[in-house]
Design a protein around this ligand. Structure first.
Ligand SMILES: [Zn+2]
Length: 237
């Protein structure tokens, strides 16, 4: 069983890399067509326009007749199907600091419940997509609110993994964005003072945290392309 969840559009670079192969990450219409044929069981993210308001006038949501489409989290939870799409926005979802709903932790909790109900192995990808966007804009309010939501989401995943005892959890970033330094702060008020040195991606090393069976595969320092091989090794085992 498979599921992909993002707080960007579902055709954005990170989610797309798990189910599509294209020359450019910006071939969004083509990426959506490949998603429509990918057999992913559950997908949640923005970008409805790449499915039903396309340049080629195809309506992928009509073509995907083995899927049911949810229009709210309540609806997503209620639908009893092994193939569900939940397109959370016509285009890019708004930022957490602007009031994005439903919350990533609630979406992920509902999806883990669905995936585990089939009593089969499952793979779930969750991207906290907009942490990067806060970094690009040097916007600490955006970045911190996205990071806190992602942290709560990791908590929900751990609640499952601790009990299940047979789930590997891997948490990482594809890169740092903004060259963020914390130069001052105040523990009492829970405030930090940030400084950025870039509006783009940086070469700062990023952590990789892992939990559960095979978590020791993720020790040490290595190129991020190795994460693909490590994840594949776990799935093949
Ligand atoms: Zn970026």
């Amino acid at each position: 069983m498979t599921a992909i969840i993002a707080t960007s559009t579902i055709v954005h670079a990170t989610p797309a890399s798990y189910y599509s192969k294209v020359k450019s990450r910006y071939d969004y219409d083509e990426i959506a067509s490949q998603l429509s044929k990918s057999n992913i069981n559950f997908f949640v993210g923005g970008g409805e326009k790449y499915f039903n308001d396309r340049r080629d006038k195809r309506n992928l949501m009509n073509e995907m007749d083995d899927y049911l489409f949810a229009n709210s989290l309540e609806n997503f939870i209620k639908i009893n199907s092994n193939k569900i799409g939940f397109l959370t926005d016509y285009d890019e979802p708004i930022g957490k600091h602007e009031g994005r709903k439903p919350s990533l932790e609630d979406i992920v909790q509902a999806t883990v419940q669905k995936l585990s109900s089939f009593n089969k192995p499952f793979f779930l990808l969750v991207e906290g997509s907009q942490i990067d966007w806060g970094g690009h804009d040097n916007d600490s309010e955006h970045m911190i609110s996205e990071m806190l939501e992602f942290d709560r989401t990791v908590g929900k995943v751990f609640n499952f993994a601790y009990k299940d005892k047979n789930t590997t959890v891997v948490i990482t970033a594809d890169h740092e964005t903004g060259g963020l330094s914390i130069i001052d702060g105040n523990l009492k008020d829970s405030k930090v003072v940030n400084k950025y040195v870039s509006g783009s991606h940086t070469a700062t090393m990023v952590p990789i945290f892992s939990f559960g069976p095979y978590s020791s595969l993720f020790n040490g320092i290595y190129d991020n392309t190795e994460i693909f091989d490590k994840l594949e090794a776990i799935i093949i085992k």
